[in-house]
Unconditional design. Structure first.
Length: 733
């Protein structure tokens, strides 16, 4: 071994670390051999020769680039990347590259105190033998958010905020004069005024809002929203702007629109809905049916660049927590002026179809309209009417004057649905957990909402309208022989959904084979989706159904908004957009504006601007979904808090290296049996087969298995339910 100047023996591993640090701390520098020997204090010939050999290996591994025969620099092309930092409470942080590559591990000591979601620049660390690939954060480009929510702890000389889920390395220090009246135990929102640095590891902040005492329903819901940077109050100046809007419809406005006030029209929504943004009309035209999909004309009232529009752009979506809706638009607009309430004249943007009995579209038109809804239905009412038409029981359908119209719409919707699945749409009818809430916001019942004929009736016509609008703009006709000009594609906002990850599909195929099922992972998009549907049908009602659906969903990509159309894989549509919910989704408002612009002969809009807006809307959609999931978790724990010690039949709904998730069959609440409580054996996590296997007794816990559980703990603060297995000795499977 070579000796360092200090006299200590210099190992190859130590020299690798020294070189790695030198180049990573100076990513833009080119070092000659003389400079390297001087910086690392290498004075002996063997040490210098070892360094040259190590640098040659590093260049071979693409960590370094040989700038000349006797100089090296960090290989910026492969070693310096930008992306998103993902912080985990267990210390297993990672870096997600912008190019969509696989996440790379970042140890805490190499994180530069980056926070979850921060945009960072990293350098790749030289790969150590038998170690995973690691990255080091060298610069924080921008912080994801500068606010945090948590619980205040006020001491004699100082105060600090303990954050939810320990998302920060350290608690946030708050000067006592910046507490805004907050006391120990209060939930508060804090703005960060000083980030950690090499000189100080402290995060310093100031209280901008005291939410109230922990455990209060309003406080907890506001805390969930604040945690994700979502607003929990509506700005007064925006509400005041909404108050100034004239809801009246002038004769001139009616004259420039198609009049549907005398045509049967209805809305069908959840029973507790207030913002009705879509309505259906139907009337006979000889042997054909004219069906109108009428959507609230939000863009008529909300002008681009206005105060209301800027707030809607920022929010991008309404957020639906268990017990409340945080609207995208001020209440006066979403629940009154724009909402398609019964017996009120309303302005709409409509797609009107002329269909034959087999739902072939004979023609369609996209027009501004005025409507007057005859009836506001809840899904349950429509379902009752539809079911009674196929049974002998007496029901509302015998007295409802519009029962025949609803039955006709249902018949047409069923044919549209059948055709969609024949065309290759993927069949995922996932159930959603819902709660009945009392006046204090306390959950009194938990249940799953299933899709039925009434919900599918609305779904099919909304899908048809969205697809038709996207095709209307996106499809460019080929020029005829006499024509010399091709119709140019115009900028538009699409709802896109990429094909499944091939690796995950193959994992799914290998997994379902064990249950005796087959599926294709190669071939056309249609062939793969048909194979997926056949799998979903085959496992229907079987013990493994939930398990297979869960694994299949993990192979699917997330849908998002973009001006670059790649089609929608899940729906098997070449063109698809969101047009039907402008009250609660900003992309729909953008689509309305673009449609109007092009119908009026306008030129193609700025693609860069709309792509940026599309990315923002996609991000906000994901954030809203995370907040919605957290509110469900909170209500789930609150619902089970008085049931400690109770036993229930359940099934395994998830498996991780730290425990098994179990869903109670009776009420669908989910909790975890921690690994430490599986004390009859040492269990290994088989990630590929979604199971835990005991080393000694070979007991196996697998997704979908039935289990008997006892409720052990309900931690409302952490939104966490802990279970114990009631039957201590699991059966050998």
């Amino acid at each position: 071994m070579s000796k360092h100047k200090s006299g200590k023996r210099l190992t190859k591993q130590r020299l690798v670390e020294m070189l790695q640090t030198l180049f990573q701390q100076n990513p833009n520098e080119t070092f000659s051999l003389k400079q390297i020997f001087r910086e690392l204090k290498l004075s002996t010939h063997p040490a210098k020769m070892l360094a040259v050999d190590v640098m040659d290996e590093m260049a071979w591994d693409d960590f370094l680039t040989k700038a000349s025969d006797n100089s090296y620099r960090l290989n910026l092309k492969t070693q310096v990347q930008e992306g998103t930092f993902i912080r985990k409470a267990n210390g297993k942080n990672s870096f997600q590259p912008d190019d969509g590559g696989k996440p790379i591990f970042v140890s805490e000591r190499n994180s530069l105190f980056a926070m979850n979601g921060d945009r960072v620049r990293v350098t790749m660390m030289a790969r150590r033998e038998k170690h995973i690939k690691e990255a080091m954060v060298v610069e924080i480009l921008s912080h994801k958010r500068d606010q945090a929510v948590g619980k205040l702890k006020v001491e004699k000389d100082y105060a600090f905020l303990v954050t939810e889920g320990n998302i920060f390395v350290h608690d946030i220090l708050i000067p006592k004069k910046k507490l805004k009246g907050g006391k120990t135990g209060d939930k508060a929102v804090v703005k960060i005024t000083q980030w950690p640095s090499k000189d100080s590891k402290n995060i310093v902040g100031e209280v901008i809002d005291v939410l109230g005492k922990e455990g209060d329903n309003n406080v907890e819901m506001h805390a969930i929203l604040a945690q994700y940077g979502l607003p929990y109050t509506y700005p007064k100046h925006v509400e005041e702007a909404a108050e100034k809007i004239d809801p009246g419809i002038t004769p001139q406005e009616i004259a420039r629109r198609e009049d549907f006030r005398e045509v049967f029209t209805c809305t069908i929504d959840p029973k507790d809905a207030k913002d009705f943004d879509d309505a259906l009309s139907i009337r006979k035209q000889g042997k054909l049916w004219e069906v109108g999909v009428h959507i609230a004309d939000v863009s008529h009232y909300v002008k681009e660049g206005s105060v209301i529009d800027k707030e809607a752009t920022k929010r991008a979506t309404s957020v639906y927590l268990v017990d409340r809706t945080i609207p995208m638009l001020p209440e006066r607009l979403c629940n009154f002026i724009c909402s398609l309430r019964p017996d009120e004249e309303k302005l709409c943007y409509s797609v009107v179809f002329v269909l034959d009995e087999d739902t072939n579209i004979k023609n369609y038109r996209i027009v501004h309209t005025v409507i007057k809804s005859n009836r506001r239905y809840a899904y349950e009412e429509v379902q009752d009417i539809l079911e009674s038409s196929t049974s002998s029981k007496s029901s509302k359908s015998s007295t409802d004057p519009y029962a025949e119209e609803l039955r006709t719409l249902d018949k047409l919707a069923k044919k549209l649905r059948e055709r969609r699945f024949k065309g290759g749409a993927v069949k995922f009818d996932r159930e959603e957990l819902h709660f009945d809430i009392d006046d204090q916001g306390k959950p009194i019942r938990a249940y799953f909402k299933k899709s039925n004929d009434a919900t599918q009736l609305i779904e099919e016509f909304m899908l048809l309208a969205n697809r038709t609008v996207a095709e209307h703009i996106g499809k460019v006709d080929k020029p005829k022989a006499k024509d010399h000009q091709t119709k140019a594609k115009k900028t538009f906002v699409y709802r896109i959904h990429d094909q499944p990850d091939p690796t995950k599909l193959e994992t799914l195929r290998e997994f379902v084979v064990k249950f005796g099922y087959k599926m294709k992972t190669a071939g056309t998009k249609g062939a793969i989706s048909k194979s997926l549907n056949a799998l979903m049908d085959a496992c229907q009602g079987k013990k493994e159904q939930n398990l297979i659906e869960t694994v299949a969903l993990r192979a699917m990509m997330k849908a998002k908004y973009s001006t670059h159309n790649i089609g929608h894989y899940g729906l098997a549509f070449e063109y698809y957009t969101h047009f039907t919910s402008p009250i609660r989704r900003y992309p729909d408002t953008m689509v309305h504006r673009l449609l109007t612009k092009y119908q009026d002969g306008g030129r193609s809009a700025n693609q860069e601007k709309y792509e940026e807006l599309s990315e923002h809307c996609s991000d906000m959609e994901q954030t809203a979904q995370q907040a919605e999931r957290d509110s469900i978790k909170y209500k789930m724990v609150e619902f089970m808090a008085d049931k400690i010690g109770n036993e229930y039949d359940a099934h395994i709904s998830g498996i991780q290296s730290y425990g098994i998730y179990c869903e109670i069959d009776e009420n669908h609440c989910e909790g975890m049996v921690p690994m430490r409580d599986l004390d009859d054996d040492y269990y290994d996590f088989d990630e590929r087969n979604y199971c835990l296997v005991g080393r000694r007794h070979h007991h196996k816990y697998q997704l979908g298995d039935p289990v008997r559980i006892k409720v052990a703990r309900a931690n409302i603060e952490k939104r966490q339910l802990d279970f114990l297995l009631a039957d201590e000795k699991p059966s050998k499977r």
